[in-house]
Ligand binder design. Structure first.
Ligand SMILES: [Zn+2]
Length: 203
């Protein structure tokens, strides 16, 4: 007796069937199927074999995987784009900084030159006192005006307070000039000439 080895269309199990039999019953799921047409069974279409189901699951899994891969790709592209943007922004900002730095340097150089020019154009009369004394007078005078300038920053330049302060500063300045003139036995105009000389020579 020869044996046919068939696959059950219901569950996919391999079934040994005597070749003489027209129909066989699957020991696994109990389905009766024709041994001559084992594949053409409506039950197969209704319930796919585990292998087919597995294939479908694999298909679903690989679809999920490709979806995830797409997301990973999109995220990756986003990160790369962000990185490029950050780098570009950094370079643009540093470029602008460099430009403004250069502009500031140019402006500072021009200002220094203008100051130098202004100093050279200051006209003054050399007062008949030793240079060391003239320097001391200039330095005392500028120390005084500097401290007043610092104080003036705390007071608004406009308004009653500012006006009063400016008046006070002018009075103090006049008094100090008189004070220097008395100490060194020179005129108030001499004091102003020494100040001009100090500004011209950048003492
Ligand atoms: Zn079966």
């Amino acid at each position: 007796m020869s044996i046919k080895r068939l696959t059950c269309p219901g569950c996919g199990q391999s079934v040994n069937v005597p070749a003489s039999m027209a129909k066989a019953q699957c020991p696994g799921c109990g389905q009766v199927f024709s041994t001559t047409q084992p594949v053409a069974s409506p039950a197969k279409r209704a319930a796919p074999s585990p292998a087919a189901a597995k294939g479908q699951r694999d298909g679903a899994t690989s679809a999920d995987e490709s979806k995830m891969l797409q997301w990973v790709l999109v995220l990756g592209v986003c990160f790369v784009a962000m990185g490029v943007l950050i780098v570009l922004t950094y370079f643009r900002v540093s470029g602008e900084k460099e430009q403004s730095k250069q502009a500031a340097e140019v402006a500072a150089a021009a200002e220094a030159k203008a100051e130098e020019e202004a100093r050279r154009n200051i006209e003054y009369r050399v007062v008949d006192l030793p240079e060391s004394t003239r320097m001391k007078i200039y330095r005392d005078y500028t120390a005084m005006t500097d401290s007043m300038g610092r104080n003036s920053k705390k007071v608004p330049s406009s308004g009653a307070a500012g006006k009063a302060f400016n008046q006070l500063m002018q009075t103090t300045d006049d008094r100090e000039v008189t004070h220097f003139a008395l100490i060194h036995n020179i005129s108030e105009e001499d004091v102003m000439q020494i100040v001009l000389e100090g500004q011209a020579n950048d003492w």
